[in-house]
Design a binder for this molecule. Structure first.
Ligand SMILES: *Cc1c(COP(=O)(O)O)cnc(C)c1O
Length: 244
């Protein structure tokens, strides 16, 4: 068995165990492989093992891999901070954008979805807080702003509201933070029943996220290994190809 196959099985086993421990059906929890910094060949290898959902946090890297792997049936997700001038390019890849956190981006992505001729799937990113002075460092709208943003997404012809995404704060146990996310998600679902996705949990905290109701866990390191470069707060570094 290859290392990727072993890792995939181990991660899936963690998700399944966490779901069962929470009294949930493991089939309710999908795995998103975060392939940032890893080459297209690794994505192809994981796809050959049945993995379908892949995530990137840099637009150039998403465009490169989506282009290179165009013949492979994959679902791409964009999980990084998105600048409005890159929205059209992302929309053309068909990627779900998990990091929508402000009204101007909703407007731009809406136009991009309409121009691309297929609506962009959207998750509204929620800021669950962080150390003093770094609120917003990981992106996301404050929980109070989320319902209005969700309304705007749901009302946009070029967008499809699918749910919420969040990254746990670093200075807190993940459980209570994911519970806050679940509460916001419930509120949004009351108005938008189609917004079923809760994207939460990474290599280090996926069990806590599944316990709190995550439907999509985003895993990089536990699948592909430690990323080749030291990552500061959310990968401000260049992808490997541009390091030479
Ligand atoms: C990198 C990243 C992940 C995956 O993190 P790991 O700890 O490597 O599993 C998940 N979500 C987002 C938004 C990321 O940028």
């Amino acid at each position: 068995m290859s290392r990727l196959e072993e890792n995939l099985r181990a991660v899936r086993a963690r998700i399944d165990a966490a779901a069962r421990a929470a009294g949930r059906d493991p089939a309710e929890v999908a795995l998103l492989a975060v392939s940032k910094t890893w080459p297209a060949a690794d994505v192809r290898a994981l796809a050959a093992l049945g993995q379908r959902d892949f995530g990137e946090n840099r637009v150039q890297e998403l465009l490169g891999k989506a282009g290179e792997l165009a013949e492979v049936e994959l679902r791409w997700h964009f999980v990084g901070q998105l600048q409005r001038n890159k929205a059209a390019a992302v929309a053309r890849t068909g990627a779900v954008v998990q990091s929508v956190d402000r009204a101007p981006l909703v407007a731009t992505l809406d136009r991009a979805g309409q121009e691309a001729g297929r609506p962009v799937g959207v998750l509204v990113q929620v800021d669950l807080g962080g150390p003093e002075g770094t609120i917003g460092a990981r992106g996301g709208a404050s929980p109070a702003e989320v319902p209005a943003l969700a309304d705007a997404v749901a009302g946009a012809a070029g967008l499809r509201l699918r749910g919420l995404m969040a990254v746990a704060p670093r200075d807190e146990e993940p459980g209570p933070a994911f519970a806050r996310l679940a509460a916001v998600a419930e509120r949004v679902r009351a108005d938008h029943p189609e917004a079923v996705e809760i994207s939460a949990g990474m290599s280090g905290d996926l069990e806590a996220a599944v316990a709190a109701g995550a439907t999509l866990v985003r895993v990089g390191t536990a699948l592909f290994g430690a990323r080749p470069l030291p990552c500061g707060e959310f990968e401000e570094h260049q992808p490997r190809e541009s390091q030479q």
